[in-house]
Design a protein around this ligand. Structure first.
Ligand code: INI
Length: 156
């Protein structure tokens, strides 16, 4: 029997050019996602000069900025970081759905991997838990997924 071909992505961020698009909205949460992502990229060998951080107003603006970053061809991958937290009106539903849909559309349209680090939470506590406390740090998780996806794509 012939050998099965297997493709896996190593968690090696050396020589990767990464853009981080991060919201200013809910900055008290997002700053922890950014620092988690930067620490993760650093620990996996990324070169600090190859990382660019772009601040955007809110989650709704993430898809457009990701699109611009993707079409610039300057980056091997993009990290989208933000936090949408439910309030008293249906605003949350529109912002979170459009942001997620738009980011998915950009990654598929342009073939540039995007690490999805956008928290969508009912309560502020849930966001705090996911930004460097008891439920980990989703900025780290998104950075790891991005490195792995870039390395998988390179081999296909
Ligand atoms: N943007 C966020 O990133 N998170 C939120 O929780 C949020 N809420 O709830 O309103 C939010 N709104 C702003 C939105 O993303 C746009 O920046 C704004 O509507 C201007 O286009």
């Amino acid at each position: 029997m012939k050998e099965i071909q297997s493709i896996e992505g190593m968690l090696n961020a050396q020589n990767l050019r990464i853009a981080i698009a991060a919201t200013r909205f809910n900055d008290f949460i997002v700053k922890n996602l950014i620092s988690g992502a930067l620490d993760c990229l650093n620990r996996h060998g990324a070169n600090p000069e190859a990382i660019t951080i772009v601040r955007v107003p809110g989650a709704f603006e993430l898809p457009l900025i990701c699109q611009k970053l993707a079409t610039s061809k300057r980056y091997d991958g993009i990290l989208a970081l933000g936090a949408v937290i439910r309030g008293a009106t249906p605003h949350f539903e529109y912002v979170s759905a459009e942001a997620a849909k738009g980011i998915a559309q950009v990654t598929l349209t342009y073939g540039v991997p995007i690490g999805f680090g956008l928290l969508t939470c009912d309560m502020i506590d849930q966001a705090i838990e996911r930004a460097g406390s008891k439920a980990g740090n989703k900025g780290v998780d998104a950075a790891l997924a991005l490195i792995e996806t870039i390395r998988v794509l390179e081999q296909i």
